[in-house]
Design a protein around this ligand. Sequence first.
Ligand SMILES: Cc1ncc(COP(=O)(O)O)c(C=O)c1O
Length: 387
Amino acid sequence: MITRRLCLRNLVESFRLGSSMSKLGCRYNLAFLSSSSLPQAREQFVYSDDESADVDWDNLGFGLVPTDYMYIMKCAKEGNFEQGQLNRYGKVELSPSAGVLNYGQGLFEGIKACRKEDGRLLLFRPDQNAIRMKIGAERMCMPSPSVDQFVDAVKQTVLANKRWVPPPGKGSLYVRPLLMGSGPVLGLAPSPEHTFLVYASPVCNYFKEGFAPLNLYVEDEFDRASPGGTGGVKAISNYAPVLKAQIRAKNRGFSDVLYLDTVNKRYVEEVSCCNIFIVKGNMIATPATNGTILAGVTRRSIIEIAGDHGYQVEERRVAVDELMDADEVFCTGTAVGVASVGSITYHNTKVEFRTGAKTVSAELYSDLVGIQKGLSEDKKGWIVEID
Ligand SMILES: Cc1ncc(COP(=O)(O)O)c(C=O)c1O
């Protein structure tokens, strides 16, 4: 009964989509309803070809480009998430006393969808993001969508916004799932209602440097995360506190900030939104995930690829002195990809590192990107095709 009602609501919404799309001169045809959570709709409507959105694909950066649709799914206290649905992209209504607004009870994720030359749309390991959100939700006392619900919502959001997926080689559709305490609370307590929302934006390079090497600043005044805190999960509350350090570093001409551990102020942690690796000879090392840094999906994938290439990969403490003595340094993340680091400045000392086409990071990135864009065989089963 509930399924039937929700499907009908989706159909009403889809007709609105059809009319607004035709105003845009678009050949969309209720296409997004082909997702697995809408079986009745799938039987009735066939996905049609999409027409590219009106975007200057050659000058795409990493700013928000609003798209057509977002996905919303709710969970009342103690319950499971009810079936979600696509809505027009737009404002969200929240109580002024929502848990997310008052106490920062929220998590987010980031996943990229790529368009292959043959038009197929690919996601990279979305199940890993779903699992990370589950772990984060447990830490933040929130219910979380199942892995299937999460992946299905991501697929539906990409399909609904298909015309916003950049052409091959021009970037990707960045998909942003959010989990937030949306119900009202006054005294500090978990929110009585939670909302899972997925929106998307076409993006290209994260850093204004494009593919040029990054210049990082080692921060020793401001901390990012301390043991026992939430640094190991993608809590929204981890990010605003680093803005001060990030803005200061950018104003001084650096690309971003590299954080140290808060206890010894000696071991490297991560950059504001990506993980870090050092290379010395045949050895590649990256800080172990011990609860204060995010276990990046790209980080894990690069560790595996580097092992396949015969490098000795170590997940352990990396002292800042060892970092400054490395041959090569690079960062990994969904938004940044694999970004090579040209220099690091620590206590007024600037050290430069090897960069360019013959580096280890270039070698590993080429493998990773080949899989992500569907250019090489996906022997690891990391790609999820959206159909
Ligand atoms: C703090 C932080 N570290 C690392 C990463 C990289 O993680 P992933 O490779 O899963 O995007 C991110 C981005 O999600 C991040 O915000």
